[in-house]
Design a protein around this ligand. Structure first.
Ligand code: HEC
Ligand code: HEC
Length: 239
């Protein structure tokens, strides 16, 4: 093993010395000015990965690589959210026009990179999911009933108690809605038509039930944001 490693090291040294530009002691190509970077990988890594995960999943914030999420959200919505952020949440505004660091072209590069990697038109073809956005207020009592029938089995207490006001204070209604419809396969949250991620099909939640659920959960959120909570963090400080 040692031998192979040192052989590799020797050959990479040879490679290096074969090319004067990258040999130790010589400067490489000048780094691009930050507003000229157009590579999706670099832009995503530097601006998004800390919260959404290096490959768009397993981060503290929702998974962007979930194909069901990509199937219900439009490119225009993605562009809007990435440009302007989601006020009242930890999702920062990135467009220079909204006080962020990225040019409109860079935001476009991120949107098209996300779509190219994680969107497939086939994903929910024929599945008729509830729409991305809620169009009318739901009913709190009905939402509570649906919650008892469909959610409480997994969400009773402890760390998975999503009726906790302090927890709800960190999530917008839109994020709750998206997670109910598209699920979060990376953490075990099922989509609107399964009993567990990739598990058994159940009676799909209707659009009305999703409206009611979101309205119910939203009614439990305390308006006061706890001091020191993530929502209070200045998005401009987060990279
Ligand atoms: C500081 C953490 C943080 C960073 C950095 C961040 N996000 Fe977010 N993002 C969040 C959170 C938290 C949410 C959910 C907000 C909510 O509760 O609605 C979110 C939501 C989103 C959504 C909307 C999901 C929906 O509801 O439709 C998109 C799209 C998104 N982020 C994309 C990005 C991209 C692309 C980047 C990098 C350019 C990025 N985010 C950087 C924290 C972050
Ligand atoms: C099969 C079990 C199961 C069912 C049923 C279920 N969930 Fe979950 N849900 C989970 C798990 C596991 C998580 C991840 C919890 C964690 O990471 O602490 C989760 C997380 C969530 C989250 C938060 C995700 C985040 O970003 O932190 C929300 C919101 C949520 N569930 C809502 C619901 C609602 C509303 C229902 C009913 C329609 C429901 N869940 C039904 C298992 C379930």
């Amino acid at each position: 093993m040692r031998l192979i490693l040192s052989a590799l090291a020797a050959s990479s040294l040879l490679l290096l010395s074969g090319c004067g530009k990258t040999a130790p002691g010589y400067p490489g190509p000048a780094p691009l000015p930050p507003d000229q970077i157009m590579s999706f990988t670099t832009l995503f890594h530097e601006n998004c990965a800390a919260c959404h995960g290096v490959s768009g999943q397993d981060g503290p914030a929702m998974d962007l690589n979930n194909p069901e999420y990509q199937a219900i959200v439009s490119s225009a919505t993605l562009r809007q959210i990435i440009s302007n952020g989601m006020p009242g949440t930890e999702m920062p505004a990135f467009a220079q026009s909204a006080g962020g660091m990225l040019t409109a072209r860079q935001v476009d590069a991120i949107v098209s990179g996300i779509r190219k990697r994680w969107f497939s038109a086939a994903t929910l073809a024929g599945a008729n999911p509830p729409p991305y956005a809620q169009s009318k207020p739901g009913n709190v009592q009905q939402g509570q009933q649906v919650y008892q029938q469909r959610c409480a089995i997994c969400h009773q207490s402890g760390s998975q108690d999503i009726t906790d006001p302090a927890y709800l204070a960190l999530m917008s209604d839109q994020a709750i809605r998206v997670e109910i419809i598209a699920g979060r396969p990376d953490i075990g949250q099922p989509d609107w038509r399964h009993d567990s991620p990739g598990g058994k099909a159940t009676t799909p939640l209707t659009n009305q039930q999703v409206d009611d659920l979101v309205t119910y959960l939203s009614s439990l959120r305390k308006p006061a944001i706890p001091t020191g909570s993530a929502v209070n963090a200045n998005p401009g400080e987060v990279k």
